[in-house]
Design a protein around this ligand. Sequence first.
Ligand code: MTE
Ligand code: MO
Length: 347
Amino acid sequence: MIIREKEPANLEMPFRELDGWITPNEKFYIRAHFPVPKIDLASWRLKVEGAVKSPFRLSLDDLRAMPSTTLPATLECAGNGRVFLVPKVKGTQWELGAVGNAEWTGVSLGEILRQAGVKQNALEVVLEGADSGAISESPKPAGKIHYARSVPLGTALDGVLLALEMNGAPLTPSHGFPLRAIVPGWFGMAAVKWLQRLIVTDQPYNGYYQTVDYAFWQRDATGVALVPITQLQVKASIARPGMNEVVAANSTYKVSGAAWTSEAEITRVEVSADDGATWSEASLGKQTAPNCWQLWEWDWQTPARTGHYILKARATDSRGRIQAMERDPDRGTYEINHCLPIEIEVR
Ligand SMILES: Nc1nc2c(c(=O)[nH]1)N[C@H]1C(S)=C(S)[C@@H](COP(=O)(O)O)O[C@H]1N2
Ligand SMILES: [Mo]
């Protein structure tokens, strides 16, 4: 793993090593804002509170005794690919590997909310982690805060898994043991780890990681407004060749990678070996599932002429959304899904 930060651990998978639809746990990127919280399992409870008829607490055994669901989902950090932004921006300088696809097992959040009885005026559910710390950059609240994020009630009732396991093994401390949220089709920041509290609110939640961080400028008929980052954006990413790789001239090179989107399927991946002048269609891997990436590959007849080349990949989804060639500056330091240039050397 590539170490982006030692403490808290922020680790990236060398994306060149992508070699299967499921990312093994030890290769799955780790993103954390604060150190892994110490959790005493004997006293740990998931608290369910706020705009509910009967607030309650669940122990780990209670959760394990509930009906369980297993589903695969792709998680991508909203800052994945940040190293490509020009000019350079602040934030973890992820290359391509802050993304992975895993099978998650746990309890549906909807089931828990139905047990608590959501009140008529409920609007959102705040997912709060047990980790906390002080923010260093302004604007910032004073003192320590917990990592927290919200989802709209509709998503909470139907589209969130509270996961106990990742690829058939209990979550590791870095990935959120004992319990984390998985919001399929959303960027990673919604997948709150070390869950300790679910708070049903009757107001929009304006927490730090919802408004100051993990937000972008959205333009519509009313003008421009800062809104929370939510769903994954259509994107194809090149695993091989890797950045600055040397490729043999006059040969066949299997260019490969993965592509993903949200609430749609990837219908097409194209690859360009001449910085976007011409495109060829890649073949898509057979394994797919909703809100999961799809692998793809393309046989490149490498040129006879040696030198510097730029590869790009471009995905299209079943809703007709095509990956943009140019960066949308309103996305700030997040949602880096324009076609990224992979510079290589043909020798
Ligand atoms: N409690 C808590 N949950 C969190 C975070 C965090 O810092 N604290 N980071 C989020 C971000 S930004 C991402 S991309 C994912 C990463 O999940 P992973 O480390 O299991 O890959 O966790 C999310 N959940
Ligand atoms: Mo993230």
